[in-house]
Design a protein around this ligand. Structure first.
Ligand code: ZN
Length: 56
């Protein structure tokens, strides 16, 4: 279910719905803008960027 409503002139700084998760890479507690799935790894911001920037 998506509730992303664009185009509103108000509520500019309305926070996104974040979900608490644990990074599969470093084990750090983090928040992700999507619902974490149990069968899929979740990465914190740092690890996510790391994985995107570096090829393994
Ligand atoms: Zn991490």
């Amino acid at each position: 279910m998506r509730e992303f409503d664009r185009g509103g002139s108000r509520g500019d700084s309305e926070p996104r719905k974040m979900h608490k998760a644990v990074c599969s890479e470093c084990g750090a507690e983090c928040e992700v803008p999507f619902e974490p799935k149990k069968d899929r790894p979740v990465f914190c911001k740092e690890c996510f960027r790391k994985r995107r920037g570096e090829r393994d």
